[in-house]
Write a protein that binds this ligand. Structure first.
Ligand code: HEC
Ligand code: HEC
Ligand code: HEC
Length: 129
């Protein structure tokens, strides 16, 4: 068998294994995270990829911006906040916050919002005193 064919078979059986797993998953015991999509038609990448890779995107983006002076607004943290902040609180943090509720569920801690704002920026007109 060629290596490519073997790889294809392996990939196919992995997909099946994952599908079978999902079907047999026991009911969740912990409250599921709140994933409310507040804005936008699509994310910067497919949801599935975002679930797995958003941390790499953001950390990578930070390295590139800080060290090489590059700025690709597509994966900016500000962009995430603009789309994912709650309509009620204007924030991605808090009990039902998009970032925080999933991180709480998965026991992830991030320090990003000690420096970056978790709040969606109001339109310029609304911000004037
Ligand atoms: C000690 C303060 C501090 C912390 C903590 C911090 N940042 Fe930043 N970050 C900055 C500063 C300063 C800049 C450069 C100025 C700017 O772009 O606003 C920056 C820039 C960025 C950028 C590029 C600009 C943008 O908006 O996309 C990203 C992405 C980013 N940070 C992500 C993160 C992530 C993810 C975390 C948490 C893992 C994090 N930062 C934690 C201070 C911080
Ligand atoms: C233009 C608006 C927009 C931007 C910018 C955006 N998102 Fe999204 N995001 C969405 C939408 C809409 C979905 C739902 C997509 C779907 O279900 O197919 C989504 C889905 C996701 C998901 C999957 C949620 C789930 O269903 O489990 C994650 C994680 C995510 N985004 C994180 C991020 C991060 C991190 C950033 C910044 C790097 C970001 N998003 C930037 C609109 C956006
Ligand atoms: C669907 C669940 C989910 C959502 C929604 C989500 N995250 Fe995450 N995030 C995770 C998981 C799980 C990890 C840990 C992954 C790992 O350790 O490999 C993580 C890790 C991270 C990390 C890396 C932490 C580190 O130091 O390694 C950053 C940065 C991050 N998320 C930012 C965000 C931001 C910003 C948002 C909101 C725009 C967000 N995440 C929304 C599940 C989520």
């Amino acid at each position: 068998m060629t290596r490519i064919a073997a790889a294809a078979i392996l990939a196919a059986s992995l997909v099946l294994a994952v599908a079978a797993d999902a079907q047999q998953a026991p009911p969740a015991r912990v409250a599921a995270p709140v994933i409310k999509i507040e804005k936008g038609e699509a994310c910067v990448a497919p949801a599935d990829e975002m679930r797995r890779n958003h941390m790499k995107m953001l950390l990578h983006q930070r390295d590139r911006t800080m060290r090489q002076g590059l700025r690709e607004p597509q994966h900016s943290l500000k962009g995430c906040v603009e789309c994912h902040a709650s309509r009620d609180t204007g924030s991605v943090l808090g009990k039902e916050g998009f970032c925080s509720s999933c991180h709480e569920y998965t026991a992830v801690k991030i320090d990003c919002f000690q420096c970056h704002t978790p709040l969606r920026q109001a339109p310029a007109a609304a911000r004037r005193p």
